[in-house]
Design a protein around this ligand. Structure first.
Ligand SMILES: *Cc1c(COP(=O)(O)O)cnc(C)c1O
Length: 379
């Protein structure tokens, strides 16, 4: 069944993640898209050469497309996808972006400034007035929301409308929310990007990225950036990601419910100074998130009492939750973000980001609670 037929039938997202991106229904046809391992193809089709297109990529792209509502391209990683977007900006363009968003994006932007390619205005994306003030002259507004790792929420509907009114291109990094919880293109953004590595693939076994666009000229330029820049996905990785994608809605439902439960309990934990999770009614971003997101996601951050050392000790003391970077997989992970020297100075040194997986929530709580208590013991 073609993607358009699914859209016409108005299936819910929970159904689309299972049903879209499959081969045609024909006698003995494959149920799953096979892994197409050819660097070249017979002429006459849409792909032509392995750097231009691949049917396994296309299956994953149509699946993401059905949720994001815009033509989608997959890349070899989230950063490859993001770099492809930056690569189409003319030299000297002004980008307005988050001051403490994903570290990799900040490093790339800072380097593009140093090399004289771009001018970047770093803002607090949750401070609407500050973002609006930076808009005049901006070519690309880069909105990550919720932000990684501080869980700040940008007023997407308002900022997108204001930027579009000034002729500015708007891109949203939708990795934390997933298209189940917010659809930036339906809110008027031009571009929505993902680190597919995280929730969409969901099993911490693959790196991939995606760019979805609502504008066919933008799509064509980003497709050229992939074709000729060469940052293409491996067919096996695309297949693995599509396999993981089938359970996205189920995984998110479980992880999100557990994240709220853990965040609520952590609020009164003696080893915790602050909990950051937009799903908490007391969170400064709660009302805004509630106004346009259909859920609050499954990442939360805590500031651990006792500074960096206590935060490290907590992470090292868990037995079930894994001390590792990354997020969005079935297994719970946590880490003190400042163990990476590139983390933004605006992120507290004792902030620990927790990616809540699909394990039993009581098991998670027992482990987190004992690790946090251990972090407070005299050394
Ligand atoms: C991980 C991440 C990226 C980068 O994606 P990779 O797949 O690791 O290259 C970009 N944005 C956000 C919000 C992320 O969490």
């Amino acid at each position: 069944m073609a993607l358009e037929e699914f859209d016409d039938m108005k299936y819910s997202a929970e159904t689309k993640v299972v049903a879209v991106g499959r081969p045609p229904r024909e006698p003995d046809g494959d149920l799953n898209m096979p892994i197409s391992l050819s660097s070249t193809f017979h002429p006459g089709g849409p792909n032509g050469y392995g750097r231009y297109g691949n049917e396994t990529w296309s299956a994953l792209e149509s699946a993401i497309e059905s949720l994001e509502h815009g033509k989608t391209l997959i890349f070899s990683s989230g950063m490859a996808a993001i770099n492809a977007v930056f690569s189409i900006l003319p030299i000297g363009s002004v980008v307005t972006a988050s001051r403490n968003g994903y570290t990799g994006v900040m490093v790339v932007l800072e380097n593009l400034v140093k090399s004289g390619h771009l001018d970047v205005r770093f803002v607090d994306v949750s401070n609407t007035d500050e973002v609006l003030a930076a808009l005049p002259g901006t070519s690309l507004l880069w909105l990550e929301s919720p932000t990684n790792p501080a869980l700040e929420v940008a007023d997407l509907p308002r900022l997108i409308a204001a930027a579009k009114a000034q002729g500015c291109v708007v891109a949203v990094d939708n990795t934390f929310a997933t298209p189940l919880l917010q659809q930036p293109l339906l809110m008027g953004a031009d571009i929505s990007v993902h680190s597919v590595t995280k929730y969409l693939a969901g099993h911490s076994d693959v790196l991939l990225g995606s760019v979805s666009t609502s504008d066919s000229a933008l799509h064509k330029r980003i497709e050229d950036a992939r074709k000729f820049g060469g940052s293409i996905a491996g067919p096996f990785e695309a297949w693995l990601a599509l396999r993981g994608f089938r359970t996205l809605a189920l995984r998110m439902e479980r992880s999100q419910a557990s994240a709220l439960e853990l965040a609520t309990r952590l609020l009164t934990h003696p080893a915790v100074e602050r909990v950051r999770y937009p799903g908490l009614p007391s969170d400064p971003h709660h009302e805004r998130a509630k106004s346009f997101m259909s859920g609050f996601g499954a990442i939360l951050s805590i500031d651990v009492k006792g500074g960096a050392r206590a935060a490290d000790r907590a992470c090292e003391s868990s037995q079930l939750v894994t001390y590792a970077t990354s997020l969005g997989g079935v297994e719970s992970l946590w880490e003190r973000r400042h163990r990476w020297s590139i983390e933004s100075p605006t992120i507290p040194v004792n902030l620990v980001r927790i990616s809540v997986g699909i394990e039993n929530v009581e098991d998670l709580w027992r482990d987190i609670d004992q690790a946090l208590r251990t972090s407070q013991l005299p050394e």
